[in-house]
Design a protein around this ligand. Structure first.
Ligand code: ADP
Ligand code: MG
Length: 376
């Protein structure tokens, strides 16, 4: 699939902007603070229904305005889809697909599927478990609005259970009331954890292979989901139910629920040791790169077409081996990449988009135009 164009209105530092993209490589360049990340953020809003860099939707609205829009047009195998995201002081956040208002956010997912990679993603390896849970949740949601809904429902039930833990201090009374929440929580947890485990399983082989390639066979990666036992949602549900009962005293004392998908983690081991602690920064960066490349494959398998690849400020930071391993995967993929300076120049035709203070200027670079330039 590919992003054909983006139209912005009061989005970050863009007052009005229309940018067309081409198939293959699109190089988005410009000095710092001009709006490169803002532009790809607008694209990602259509894929994730939220910004990849902030949880505050209002931040995306241009300062001192009340209404912002970001519309993305995507070409799919089956035709064109337009996703319009609106952030408004009155109506908050809303979405339109091909001009029709969307009732549930989950309906937006799956129209634009993109693998996004920014320097911030190093946190997937080096950061707290919540970074890894967010990574799984937001990327699985891209493929499945059903999964997104499960997580929303789980969080609501979790809130209810925590409220009960905070307000009812008599254990017998609590036990008589909490079972109904335990049952719902465990049932949703079973479905969420099963989906996450199978996502991690699908990522594992391509990620391990890419890691081997990047490290010239010296780094062995293993990836595992850290949570309760069980494969089927029923098995996991029963494990969660047991754990909820077992931990009730502790949960009562703390006033919140200490087991479940909201506490789980993913463990990346490099050569048998926890990467979070033992891997160098360069190795951690390679793991994230391997994961993102693995996602390209997994998404393509699930969708039957290639997702879009969005690289914000990462490509030029990678050394030549890593650049090469990425470049190998570009074939047939639309790539939107930002950077201040591109030493790398694609050998095929590409679109150069230069951003200056919220204004975009595009120029198609064909092999011929690049050669002409060299001669002059
Ligand atoms: N809500 C907003 N309203 C207006 N300007 C904004 C808003 N959010 C960010 N900016 C501006 O956008 C610019 C940063 O854009 P960004 O895309 O991150 O830059 P870069 O080109 O370095 O990636 C800064 O000048 C910042 O002041
Ligand atoms: Mg940037």
């Amino acid at each position: 699939m590919q992003v054909k164009w983006v139209r912005l209105k009061n989005f970050r530092n863009y007052e009005e902007c229309f940018v067309e993209f081409k198939e293959g490589i699109n190089l988005i360049s410009g000095k710092n603070g001009q709006g490169k990340t803002n532009l790809v953020e607008a694209v990602m809003l259509g894929a994730l229904t939220k910004s990849p860099r902030t949880s505050r939707d209002d931040d995306m609205k241009m300062e001192n305005t009340t209404h912002a829009e970001a519309e993305v047009c995507i070409e799919r195998k089956f035709g064109e889809v337009k996703i319009k995201s609106i952030i408004d002081n009155e109506t908050k956040k809303s979405f339109y697909i091909n001009g029709n208002g969307v009732k549930k956010v989950s309906e937006v997912f799956g129209n634009l599927v993109a693998v996004y990679f920014s320097p911030n993603d190093l946190k997937i390896v080096s950061g707290s478990p919540s970074e890894r849970r967010d990574f799984m949740d937001s990327d699985i949601s891209q493929l499945s609005g059903v999964y997104y809904n499960l997580v929303q429902r789980y969080n609501k039930v979790l809130d209810q259970r925590n409220k009960l833990l905070k307000t009812v201090h008599n254990k017998m009374l609590l036990e008589s009331q909490i079972d109904v929440w335990n049952e719902q929580l465990a049932s949703l947890a079973g479905q969420i954890i099963k989906t996450r485990k199978s996502f991690i399983k699908k990522l594992t082989i391509p990620a391990i292979e890419t890691m081997k390639y990047i490290s010239k066979d010296s780094d062995n990666l293993t990836i595992s989901y850290v949570g309760v036992k069980g494969e089927t949602s029923e098995e996991i549900k029963n494990e969660i139910l047991k754990a909820l009962k077992f931990n009730l005293d502790k949960d009562m004392e703390l006033g919140y629920t200490t087991v479940g998908p909201h506490r789980d983690d993913v463990r990346f081991e490099l050569n048998g040791r926890d990467s979070k602690i033992f891997a160098s920064q360069g190795q951690q960066r390679s793991i994230v790169l391997a994961l993102k490349l693995a996602e390209l494959e997994v998404f393509e398998k699930e969708l039957g077409e290639k997702p879009v690849l969005v690289l914000d400020d990462v490509f030029s930071e990678l050394d030549s081996v890593r650049q090469k391993s990425l470049y190998k995967k570009f074939e047939g993929v639309q790539v939107l990449m930002t950077g201040t300076l591109f030493k790398f120049k694609p050998s095929d035709d590409y679109l150069s988009i230069v951003i200056k203070n919220g204004v975009a200027q595009s120029k198609l670079r064909t092999k011929k135009s690049v050669e002409d330039k060299k001669e002059n």
